[in-house]
Design a protein around this ligand. Structure first.
Ligand code: ADP
Ligand code: MG
Length: 306
């Protein structure tokens, strides 16, 4: 079942095309990672989903309803955390959490208390006294104590320390176990790798890849370090071999994952004594796309946070 869907979503600001035919889908019970560099269009997409911005063209639905005209209806069932949280300066953190949770029509006091403890927040302080990280915690606690069907999190952990990052991850996994749907925009790749069932990568207003991490890994390279009895030759000529380098510890190079088989059988002729391989990460995947971007001439559009 589809919870969020954008079809050919385009958003222009004047002459500038921020979103250029974005297709995105969040299915029921999944965590979709929405990743891309600053200025790629993540927050703009999310603002359209929230009904804050009107799409220039395209279809945008949440729970099968129109994100713009049915926003009121939709908002009863979603929780949202932005990357830069602004709160009422004169209310305490606890008051803000209660306010958000009540607005969403849920009232789970024990969940609220549990999260305040886990995130180590002092809820009695006025919001004006909170650091960015503490404002972030207030918004996260409010969202996670709300009983929503869809959680939209836009780079929600910027400003959190590593300990809190893991509390955040536990909370998202808990949502997933309850069958909730989550759209998580992030530039923290390890976070996405740990939490997401599928990933959509956006660059310059276009979704350039969508798939499970396993599906996207075919695009990545594996780092190998090999030591052999004989000198390994002929690697340069093999397809899919990159960044060949003779190091003290052995021959170091990268292999396109789909060429791995051929490369391994080639090097095995030379009597391998040591073989180290590092698994492809999302970082590699990202780098490849940046490289392609640079080769084609870097885009000079305005960048922006959030
Ligand atoms: P991200 O969240 O991926 O960092 P954004 O969605 O915030 O990216 O921004 C996408 C692009 O749209 C950027 O180039 C940004 O400068 C531009 N943009 C965002 N909001 C506006 C706006 N209100 N007016 C004009 N340009 C905007
Ligand atoms: Mg953003």
């Amino acid at each position: 079942m589809t919870i969020v869907q954008t079809k050919n979503l385009t958003k222009k600001f004047g002459k500038f095309t921020a979103l250029d035919g974005v297709n995105l889908e969040v299915k029921k019970g999944e965590v979709l990672g929405f990743i891309g560099p600053n200025g790629a269009g993540k927050s703009t997409t999310i603002r359209v989903l929230l009904g804050i911005l009107k799409a220039t063209s395209g279809d945008v639905t949440i729970f099968g309803k129109d994100a713009w005209s049915d926003a009121v209806e939709i908002h009863k069932r979603i929780a949202y955390v932005p990357g830069d949280v602004n709160l009422w300066p004169n209310l305490t953190g606890g008051e803000v959490i209660d306010l958000f949770v009540k607005l969403r029509g849920s009232n789970n006091k024990s969940k609220r208390e549990e999260l305040i403890k886990k995130f180590d927040l002092d809820p009695t302080k006025k919001c004006r006294a909170y650091s960015k990280g503490n404002r972030q915690k207030v918004a996260l606690i409010a969202a996670f104590s709300s009983d929503a069907d869809l959680y939209i999190l836009d780079e929600p952990t910027s400003g959190l320390d590593p300990l809190m990052e893991s509390v955040f991850q536990e909370s998202v996994i808990e949502l997933k176990n309850q069958g909730k749907s989550v759209l998580l925009s992030s530039h923290i790749l390890s976070e996405v790798e740990k939490l997401c069932d599928r990933v959509s990568i956006i660059r310059q207003g276009k979704v350039i890849e969508t798939g499970s991490l396993n599906e996207l890994r075919h695009l990545t390279r594996t780092q190998l370090l090999v030591e052999a009895k004989q000198t390994i030759t002929g690697l340069e000529q093999l397809q899919g071999v990159h960044d060949l380098e003779n190091k003290k510890q052995g021959l170091s190079f990268q292999v396109d994952t789909e060429q791995m088989d051929r490369v391994i059988s080639h090097i095995s002729q030379f009597g391998i004594v040591k073989l180290e391989s590092a698994p492809p990460t999302l970082e590699d995947l990202f780098m490849r796309h940046y490289e392609v971007q640079e080769e084609r001439g870097a885009h000079t559009g305005a960048g922006g946070d959030n």
